[in-house]
Structures are given as C-alpha cells and as structure tokens.
Design a protein around this ligand. Sequence first.
Ligand SMILES: [Zn+2]
Length: 148
Amino acid sequence: MAEQQTPQVETGPRPILPILKLQPKPHLVGSKCPGCGAIFLDVKRTACSKCGAAGNLQQVQLSDKGKVWVFSVIHQSFPGIKTPYVTAVVDLPEGVSVKSNLVDVDPEDLEKNPQKGFGMAVELVVNQVATDRQGNPVMAFQFRPSKN
Ligand SMILES: [Zn+2]
C-alpha cells in the first residue's frame, strides 16, 4: 500500500463517497449537464452520456426524499455484516436512481408483504459506519421510511 495521503485540512466526520455531502445538512450531489439537463449520480463526470456534451457539468444538490423502485432482502453477507437487511434502488425526483440500504424497516415484514416496499416514500439518513485512521467518523448514507 502506498504511503500517499490526500491532504486533510480539517478533522471531523467525513463522507464514505464523494456524492455524499454532510454540510449544511446531509445530502447527495449529482452532475447536471448544462446542455440537456440530464443529471447523473456522479461528481467526476467529464461528459454527458445522454447528449454527448463534454465538460462543464455542474454539481447539483439532489433531493433527500425519494421512492423505492425495487428492493431485496439480503439473508447472507460477509462475515460481520448483520442479516437480514434490505437493499434497494431509490428513485429521486431528479430522475436519478440510488442504490442503498433501507433502515428502520422490518426485513421479514417486507419479504412477506412486498407491496409495502415498492413505491415506499423514503428519506435520506446518515450514520457513522467506521472510524478512519485519524479518528474521524466515516459517514455513510441509507434511506428510511419518510416521516411525513
Ligand atoms: Zn447532456
């Protein structure tokens, strides 16, 4: 493993993926094509795959609310990962789909009553999943049933 480190100018919670921003409140970001308006779940995209325009994709904030498109109850995973849990693809109003886990749901209930899961209104939540070598919390995002 190389000893190269990215410069870190501040301490505190850090997101596990570049599409997750923690301030001023947790949200996801995407890249918007100024030509056709297409939005991608990506912050490093250099060209639009819809219209082919290159460069100038703008970072935009995505909604923290969406709807479950599909989900699956996972019963077997890596050692140390508690099962069962629910993984899902959540559609955001911007036309972007996000793969993530659902929390605050009953996996067995969803398995028996899948109609409860499809189309479920959900909202973004952020939880600490690890601590980095500098002792900063590493934050990941999931979705939970929407509170309103
Ligand atoms: Zn485009």
